[in-house]
Ligand binder design. Structure first.
Ligand code: ADP
Length: 449
């Protein structure tokens, strides 16, 4: 038997990425699309296509009933959710499995646990992952909050249990602000997520964002594929990612990677996952786990040579992982630039028609994108239109190649973040890898003044 036709419940570059892995395995694909995406490349490349609704994502890419119907009509035997949309929706994963369709993703109970930040932190702690010092679960009592904050020391950060996208977070500098900020965080969280639960942790001053890629077969075997450094962020959104991290030694990578892989073995985790940490003064602090493929997964693929989507499909099909930890080696350096249709420095969205397109090419250059000349970028979805991923034998050569590739990339008709990436590559701190999660926003401020 085995998987023979995958419905891809997504759009854009990630839908193409999944289609490519499937075809390389001899598996057919079914694209789903909104009416706004009828001419999209993922629809053109797939073997079958089903329209699932009007442009608004809530009516199409998030429309569970229509997606399940599409899978039934097109006789898909598996669903890959990509990232975003329904990828971390435990209920959707359960519905897919209840229809006897293979879910190319983690077990629903693991999606659910990691989706609740208090629960995720408790689980991570129990599995031996290092945590940011803070409250043991939710805090509602002010006296308790004062006691905990005094113990861990100010500044502290108050976070919403069901938070996401950086909302419902308050940094508190001293005890006299604590009560007010807790109330504010709670009511913001209630308004945004329908849940006022908050917890407290130590606020780290100048950390890096370093995450580990893990992979499990769901039966107690798991490996790690090293780390990615995603510290260049704006408003908690990643802009550029690299692997390996410029600050992590091979010994540290293998030590921390094993801590992560071992946690996944204990959970009998299935599929791809990312364990995110803040890193400061040589210490890792768990912040959350993403139970899906990440946008930045290609940098890991470039330095390990392992196709993560292929592994996802294998594991969903009940097969073993294609490699053991000892088979996984890390060679060279890779960087990914997220290219958005937006003004490179004001970040104002710039949807519209692409009048001319020429993709970068050459040795070790990968462009993951669904755009083409004449394509109209719809205004309804995420502004990311391409990912440029470049490999080099070392970090310096990777950066030189990236600079060359960015020069080659031509996207006309809309504004893009290509000039932002070009400017970033000229900065000494970026060249030397000396940046924290605060660096990009501070640099943008100095440009304005
Ligand atoms: P969300 O799910 O809302 O994105 P995260 O817990 O992943 O929330 O945190 C998002 C970002 O907020 C982090 O990447 C980091 O920039 C900042 N942050 C979160 N927790 C802390 C902390 N304890 N200290 C300093 N910064 C933090």
């Amino acid at each position: 038997m085995g998987i023979s036709r995958i419905l891809i419940a997504n759009r854009g570059e990630i839908a193409l990425r999944i289609h490519r892995a499937a075809h390389e395995m001899g598996i057919e694909t079914v694209a789903v699309h909104s009416t706004a995406d009828a001419d999209a490349m993922h629809v053109r490349l797939a073997d079958h296509a089903v329209c699932i609704g009007p442009p608004a994502a809530g009516d199409s890419y998030l429309n569970v009933a229509n997606i399940i119907s599409a899978a039934e009509i097109a006789q898909a035997d598996a669903i890959h959710p990509g990232y975003g949309f329904l990828s971390e929706n435990a209920k959707f994963a359960e519905i897919v499995e209840a229809h006897d369709i293979a879910w190319i993703g983690p077990k629903p109970e693991h999606i659910r646990t990691m989706g609740d930040k208090v629960e995720a932190k408790r689980t991570a702690g129990a599995l031996g992952l290092p945590l940011v010092p803070g409250s043991d679960g939710a805090v509602s009592d002010f006296d308790e909050a004062r006691r905990i904050s005094a113990e861990i020391g100010y500044p502290v950060i108050i976070k919403a249990a069901s938070g996401g996208g950086g909302r419902g977070m308050k940094v508190c500098e001293s005890e006299d602000q604590l009560e007010t900020l807790m109330q504010q965080a709670g009511s913001e969280a209630k308004a945004a997520f329908g849940d006022a639960t908050v917890y407290i942790e130590k606020y780290l001053g100048n950390p890096r964002h370093i995450e580990f890629q893990v992979f499990g077969d769901g039966r107690g075997n798991a490996v790690h594929l090293g780390e990615r450094d995603c510290s260049l962020q704006r408003r908690h959104q990643k802009v550029l990612e690299e692997a390996p991290s410029p600050v992590i030694s091979h010994e540290e990578r293998m030590r921390m990677g094993e801590v992560c892989a071992s946690a996944m073995r204990d959970m009998a985790y299935r599929g791809a996952g990312t364990i995110e940490f803040l890193w400061e003064n040589g210490e890792f602090y768990f912040i959350e786990m993403n139970t899906r493929l990440q946008v930045e997964h290609p940098v890991t693929e470039m330095i390990t040579g392992i196709d993560l989507v292929r592994e996802q499909i294998r594991v969903a099909d009940g097969k073993d992982l294609s490699c053991k930890q000892d088979d996984i080696t890390f060679t060279g350096h890779a960087i990914e630039c997220r290219i958005n249709a937006e003004d490179p420095f004001t970040f104002a969205p710039s949807p519209g028609k692409i009048s001319y397109y020429h993709a970068a090419g050459g040795m070790h250059v990968r462009v993951d994108s669904g755009i083409y000349a004449g394509y109209s970028i719809p205004p309804y979805y995420d502004s990311m239109i391409a990912k440029l991923i470049v490999y080099g034998r070392d970090r310096e050569r990777c950066m030189m190649r990236l600079k060359r590739a960015l020069e080659e990339m031509v996207i006309e008709g809309v504004k893009t973040s290509v000039p932002l990436h070009q400017a970033l590559l000229e900065q000494d701190d970026v060249k030397s890898g000396d940046y924290s999660i605060k660096w990009l926003e501070e640099w943008l401020k100095t440009r304005e003044s």
